[in-house]
Design a protein around this ligand. Structure first.
Ligand code: AK6
Length: 270
């Protein structure tokens, strides 16, 4: 049975397993809740660290936002508790781990799998937009896969993770930043359409469309929307990527049309 917030939990309520990740503030462990046997991820945040970084207010605000985000493709914050040393987040556990690792292992995904992930992302993003939340950092490092191969958006505004050492560039990657942000213009939820296009490209090719060694080179290519499509891509895949990687945010394919796009429809769960 799913964990209900009301009863007060403590670390003693869990059998804590191995570390499965670490963020800027804390470590994440797989754990089993003793009463229910429910497998979760526990993010253990030292309170003194949060205070030092003046992050507890952010965390409380985020916990509130999370509490009313319920979508199959958004990693759930199931609950939280604290003792005199730690603030602990009880998070949904995604059994198949980081999408990024799958991408590194297989080089690039088959079109059917990529299409299903992009369809799930489009569903999650339209849900988030309806809640007037934008700019999900939707790069592969922040996406997890659960047991049924469902994608889970697992990043959260404030949970700034250590710069993902996986990317060559320092302080995370610019690969997903749209032209309007590169040029410091104001931005709206259409930046998520751009990032969805970058994600689609990366899942199908194994590299980001504007990937460069240095920041300035990446910026230049993003600003000029300079990318090439490899020959192995199907016509429909090319069409969707090009409809999202549009310089003018107003010309980017809206999420409702992404979900109706031939490349999404043709691989629907048959
Ligand atoms: C809803 O999600 C979150 C909500 C809040 C925060 C957070 O830290 N907020 C914060 C912290 C301090 C100051 C201010 C705000 C983090 C996450 N999410 C993650 O940390 C990513 C996956 S951790 C779980 C998880 C699951 N399933 C896996 N399978 C394999 C690894 C793995 C890892």
């Amino acid at each position: 049975s799913p964990i209900r917030a009301p009863i007060q939990m403590s670390l003693k309520s869990f059998d804590i397993g191995r570390g499965i990740g670490k963020g800027q503030f804390g470590r994440v462990y797989i754990a089993r809740e003793k009463m229910s046997g429910y497998i979760v991820a526990l993010k253990v945040l030292p309170i003194n660290e949060l205070i030092k970084a003046n992050a507890e207010r952010q965390l409380r605000r985020e916990v509130e936002i999370q509490a009313n985000l319920r979508h199959p493709n958004i990693l759930r914050l199931l609950g939280h508790f604290q003792d005199n040393i730690y603030f602990v987040l009880i998070l949904e556990y995604a059994a198949k781990g980081e999408l990024y690792k799958q991408l590194v292992k297989s080089g690039r995904l088959k079109e059917k799998k990529a299409s299903r992930y992009i369809a799930q992302m489009a569903g999650a993003l339209s849900y988030i937009h309806k809640k007037h939340v934008i700019h999900r950092d939707i790069k592969p490092e922040n996406l997890l896969i659960d047991l049924n191969d469902e994608i889970k958006i697992a990043d959260f505004g404030w949970s700034v993770h250590t710069p993902s050492q996986r990317r060559k560039t320092f302080c995370g990657t610019l690969d997903y930043i749209p032209p309007e942000m590169v040029e410091g213009k104001e931005h709206d939820e259409k930046i998520d359409l751009w990032s969805l296009g970058v994600l689609c490209y990366e899942l199908l090719t194994g590299t980001a469309p504007f990937e460069e060694t240095g920041h300035t080179a990446t910026y230049k290519r993003i600003a000029k929307v300079e990318f090439t499509l490899p020959d192995h891509l199907s016509y429909d895949a090319r069409d969707l990527i090009c409809s999202l990687l549009q310089r003018d945010p107003k010309r980017r394919l809206p999420l409702k049309d992404v979900l109706k796009h031939p490349w999404i429809q043709k691989y629907k769960k048959t």
